[in-house]
Design a protein around this ligand. Sequence first.
Ligand code: GUN
Length: 292
Amino acid sequence: MILLDGKKTSADIKDEIAIEVSKLKEQGKKTPHLAAILVGDDGASRTYVNAKVKACEKVGFASTLVKLNATISEAELLAEIEALNINDDVDGFIVQLPLPKHIDEQKVLMAVSPNKDVDGFHPENVGKMTLNLPTFLPATPAGILELLERYEIETSGKNVVVIGRSHIVGSPMSILMAQKRTVGNATVTLTHSRTKDLESITKEADIIVVALGVAEFLKGDMVKDGVVIIDVGITRVDDSSKKSGFRLLGDVHFESVAPKASYITPVPGGVGPMTIAMLMKNTLLARAQNEA
Ligand code: GUN
């Protein structure tokens, strides 16, 4: 069993980006600038956004964090988005999800200018991704493709099973994996809460991407020997022995699955850091497109 080290791989990618940024600076060109909007004070969202800001510092980007109160109205949030859309210094920005219940998430994502949509969540960019046209790929699926590519894991002709149909991970992952691309050409099955006899499907899988948000959902008796496991889950569970008061669990029951796997991502240190590295990559791309 080989651990797919997202922490190390993302550090490599960030080093590569940092070199590109130094070149831009040497040439007197503008520094890439990523902004993030964080609404409310959800602990996990705050951690993720802080990690994104820290990654910007690491690669040499400028960053702006726009912190808004959980009680902000939808109209006020839309006005904040428009301000970033028209701010020429900002190359790309994200609105951290989830948003408070009183705000229409889709309306918010559609307000982000497609050429600054480094999360790749705007319908125009989702459409381009679906057609395999150049665009910002959503960071988590893109990070998974990158991890598989760097570890030289064959996907062509393989049975890939995706568990979970979210707009952020499961759905785009299933689309990308089926496409004609370096990491792709797979036979993809997208499974979800209405899937019947999931176990019979996962047992046939060469590669399983689990993005369900249910801690330790996938057990060892649900997979075949030699399977490649990509665990997107990160659930916080109370743990008084930790300084933070919690520990992180993936969607995979690591203890029973890992001994059967050829490759597996750990949680933490697997997919999470890759998501952030790909967001940096998208921001560099946004800057290049603004320059062109
Ligand atoms: N919440 C969970 N994942 C993501 C992501 O990739 N981008 C944003 N904006 N919010 C998220």
